[in-house]
Each structure stands twice: as structure tokens, then as C-alpha cells.
Design a protein around this ligand. Structure first.
Ligand SMILES: N[C@@H](CCC(=O)N[C@@H](CS)C(=O)NCC(=O)O)C(=O)O
Length: 259
């Protein structure tokens, strides 16, 4: 078990003797959820494992999944494609932004309690190597073994943004997949599948969807409220996401002790 996951709070609603209605009522009494909100609002989380800010947003949203009345859908995309299509460029290429980002990321990682560390060779490991192979693999997992999407994504983030390891070589991808719980046989089949036209097209289609919503960088969250999509950019926009959903923000590490 990863140390930070062991520390992660238990789902807020899980301790109510198996009765979701009692748990919902308890949450409503505590002001954590409006008692009138019965249908879940869809939240799409567009991310790439190359993006450290995506990891921060992803982990905090996982913590809020049992607290907020939302259906959380993970949407793996290719950050390089988003940058290219919008004419944007990685913020770290602007020296002053890069300087700020290194401080900001470490502060945010501590605050969000995600074990993120900086990579030594940002140019080589992040900008030059990119994430195409990794994100094609993540897409194959989403298509064929979606129950592993979350742990496989997390293991790839752990590799690049916690342990400063490669994420694109076949053996790197297989190691992440096996740590996430896939058998070596399943992992190999998914790796083979990840170079198929179906997977390539799916990654492109999801990236295009993010672009249509207005994405120019990652992470992006799309909240579907009153049949309207609201695009939010950044792991620092989760409080606003809660506001749009009519939910309470309890900080980046909501704890079950609050119930
Ligand atoms: N303030 C945002 C920063 C997010 C960010 O810088 N994301 C990078 C990728 S890791 C990006 O796509 N940036 C595009 C831009 O800043 O225009 C956050 O807290 O998440």
C-alpha cells in the first residue's frame, strides 16, 4: 500500500452500516450534501500522466468521489496534442514561470498530500520523452479493463512524478501495470493493443473532445450542470467545482472525522 493512500481518508459515507440512504441523510444533516440532490452530476476529469498538476487534481477528486454527489469519469488525453492544437506551450518553458512552478508544485503536493517530487531532467524526461506511449497504454486500459484505469494512471504518475522513472519504455509500462494489479499476461496484451488504430483513434477522439470543451492545458474538469458543460482548468479550481455542483469544499484532504 502506498504510504499516501494508507493515509488517505476512508470514504465519508462508507461507515453507515451498508445503508446508502442513512449515509446520505447523515451527510445532508452535516451540511456536506444537499438532501434534495438525488441525481449525480457528471464530472469529467481530463488528464495526462505527464502533467503533475493533473495528478494533484485526480487524487483530490478521488477523495471527493464518495462525498460529493457526482459521477466522476476519468478521460485520458494527450497533453502534447492539446498544446499543439491550441498553439499553447508548456508553462515551464518561460523561465520565470518554470521557476515559480517548481516552488508551486512542491507547495501544492504538500498541501494536497500527494507524494510528488520534481524530476531532475525536466527537459529530457518530460518535454522530450513526452507521454504518447504511456497515454496510449492508459487508453487501452480504459477501453479493455476500465476497472484498472485509476490504479494504472496512479502508478504511472508514481513512476515519473514521485520516483523520477521512465513511463514510455515497454518495461516501464508493464511494471506500472503490474503494480496496479494487472497480471503480466493482461499487461502484455494491453501493451500490444495500445499500438492499434482503435486505441490511437480513441486517444485522439478524447483529446478532441477536451479541445471542443475549450481545453488549452491540463488538468481540465468539465462539470455538467443544468445540461450545460462548465470547463475548469487547474487542480486549484476544485473549490469552484464544488460550488458549481452545489457541494461543500472541505479542503484537499477531507477527513471522515468530520462526519
Ligand atoms: N494552476 C494550475 C496549473 C496547471 C498547469 O500549469 N498545467 C500545465 C500542465 S502540468 C498546463 O497544461 N499548462 C497550460 C497553461 O498554463 O497554459 C493548477 O493548479 O493545476
Amino acid at each position: 500500500m502506498l504510504a499516501f493512500l494508507a493515509r488517505a481518508p476512508r470514504p465519508l459515507l462508507s461507515g453507515s452500516a451498508g445503508s446508502p440512504r442513512r449515509a446520505m441523510a447523515a451527510a445532508a444533516r452535516q451540511g456536506l450534501r444537499s438532501s434534495s440532490s438525488s441525481s449525480k452530476k457528471l464530472v469529467e476529469c481530463f488528464y495526462d500522466v505527464l502533467s503533475p498538476y493533473s495528478w494533484l487534481g485526480f487524487e483530490v477528486l478521488c477523495r471527493y468521489r464518495p462525498i460529493w454527489n457526482m459521477e466522476l469519469r476519468f478521460r485520458p488525453v494527450f497533453l502534447g496534442g492539446i498544446m499543439h492544437s491550441t498553439g499553447n506551450r508548456p508553462p515551464a518553458l518561460v523561465p520565470k514561470k518554470g521557476e515559480y512552478m517548481t516552488k508551486d508544485l512542491l507547495r501544492m503536493a504538500k498541501f494536497y498530500q500527494v507524494p510528488l517530487h520534481l524530476v531532475k531532467d525536466f527537459l529530457g524526461s518530460v518535454l522530450e520523452k513526452g507521454s504518447l506511449k504511456a497515454m496510449r497504454f492508459v487508453t487501452a486500459v480504459d477501453m479493455a479493463e476500465p476497472q484498472f484505469l485509476e490504479p494504472v494512471s496512479r502508478e504511472l504518475w508514481m513512476r515519473i512524478w514521485s520516483r523520477d522513472e521512465d513511463i514510455n519504455q515497454p518495461e516501464s509500462i508493464l511494471a506500472a501495470a503490474e503494480r496496479a494489479g494487472l497480471s503480466s499476461d493482461q499487461a502484455r496484451k494491453l501493451l500490444e493493443m495500445s499500438s492499434s488504430p482503435e486505441v490511437k483513434n480513441r486517444l485522439k477522439a478524447t483529446t478532441d473532445e477536451a479541445l471542443k470543451y475549450g481545453a488549452f492545458g491540463l488538468p481540465c474538469f468539465v462539470a455538467h450542470v443544468n445540461e450545460e458543460p462548465h470547463l475548469l482548468f487547474g487542480s486549484d479550481r476544485l473549490e469552484l467545482l464544488g460550488h458549481l455542483l452545489g457541494e461543500k469544499w472541505l479542503g484537499p484532504v477531507p477527513t471522515s472525522s468530520k462526519l
